[in-house]
Design a protein around this ligand. Sequence first.
Ligand code: GLU
Length: 425
Amino acid sequence: MAELVQRYLDQICAEHSGLHDGELAGYIPELATVNPDGFGLTLSASDGYVYESGDTAVEFTIQSISKPFTYALAIDQIGEAAVDARIGVEPSGEAFNEISVDNVTKTPKNPMINAGAIAAVSLVPGADPDERFARIHDFYSACAGRRLDIDQDVYTSEKSTGNRNRAIAYMLTSFGVLQGDPDEVLDVYFRQCSIKVTSTDLARMATTLARGGFNPVTGQRVTDAPVVRRTLSVMVTCGMYEAAGDWVSAVGMPAKSGVGGGIAAVLPGQLGIGVYSPRLDAKGHSVRGVQVCRSLSARLGLHFLTVSRESSSALRAVYDSGPGIRVYEIQGDLLFTGAEQVLRTASRDCQDFDVAILEATGVDEIDDAARAMLTGMRASLAGAGKETYLVDPDGRVVSTDRGGDYDGTVFRTLDEAISAARQLI
Ligand code: GLU
C-alpha cells in the first residue's frame, strides 16, 4: 500500500517536471536568487505518516502560507468575535497586495490578503514585537512538529523593499484597524513571512489543520477545532486569492499559496499536502504546484465536496435475534446524519419488534449531536411502548461514568442484551 502511494506521487512529479512556466517572485529581490527548478511534493496521512517525492528537504520561505496560521493563532488567543471586529471573511477577488479595505466596515476584507494578514499579526498578543513574533514562531513550529528557523536574508530583503505593505499598514492605522506602531507590526509580518519550511513541513502543518488542531506526530493539541474550522473556511474562500473559485472547482481543498513557491492544502479529517516549486503565475501561485494539486485531487479523488459516503453506512446491519428483538448494529464515525438515519429506521419499523438493541461496539467517534439522537432513541420508542437496550462497552454513546442523564440499560455485550430482552418479552 505504501509503495502504491509513493509510486503515485513519483509519477505525478515526473509528469510535471517538464513544466517550466512562470517566474520567480522578483519583487522581493532575495526570492529571485533561488533555484527555479526546485520541486518537492509531500503528502501526510492523518496519522502523520509522510510520503515524499523530489526536493522535500529544500527549505524556502513560507511567505503567505503563514497567513492562515497567524489568523488561527489570533482567534485562538483573543477569540473569534474580537478578530471579526477587525478582519472580514469575504473573498475580495483582488490581488494579494491590494491596498484596500471593505467599503462599509473599513476593515480588511479577509485575512488571506496582505491587508488582513497584517491586521491579524497586530491581534496576536505580545508586549513588544519580539514577544509577538515568538508566539507566532512557536505556533508554526508546533504545527510543523519541529523548530522552524527564519531566513535572515529574505527578511532583510523584504523589509528593505516592502513599501507596498508599508502603504497597507499605514492605511490600516488611519482606519483604526491597527493599534500601535505600524512599523513594528510590519516587522513581525516580514519575519513571519521569512520563516523557512520544506514541503514536508507544509504537509505536516496542513495535517495539523486536517486533524482539527492536533499534531498527530507530536501528539500536541496546538489549537481547537472551532478555530481550525474558521481558518479552513477562509482558506476555501480566499486562500488562493482571485483564483479561489477555480481552485475550489478543480482541486477542492482548503489551501494557501505563498510567493516563496509553496502551497499547503488540507483535506479535512484526512490528509495534508505540501508542494514546493518556485516559478509563479501572474497571481503569485506556484505554476507547477497548482498543476500537481489538480492532478493529485483528480487521481486520488481528494475533492472535499465529492459525495462519496452513503448515508446508510452508519448502519452496518439490521436483523432479528428471536421474536420481537431487533438488533441495529451501528459503526464508524457518527455525525448527525448517520444517527438520524438509525433513529428513523427504528421508528419506522417499530411495529415489528418489542425491544430494539442498539449495538454500538463498532462506533469510533461520535459527536454531541449524534450522541443526543441515539440516547434520545429510548425515549422516542417508549412512546410506542417499545424498549431500547444499548450495547456500548467502551462508553462511546453513554460515557461509562454516566455523566449524562441516560436512564436506560447499557450492556457490555450483545449476548447480555439479547438475554435481557428475552426475559422482558
Ligand atoms: N511576503 C509577501 C508579501 O507580503 C507574501 C505574499 C504572498 O506570499 O502571497 O508580499
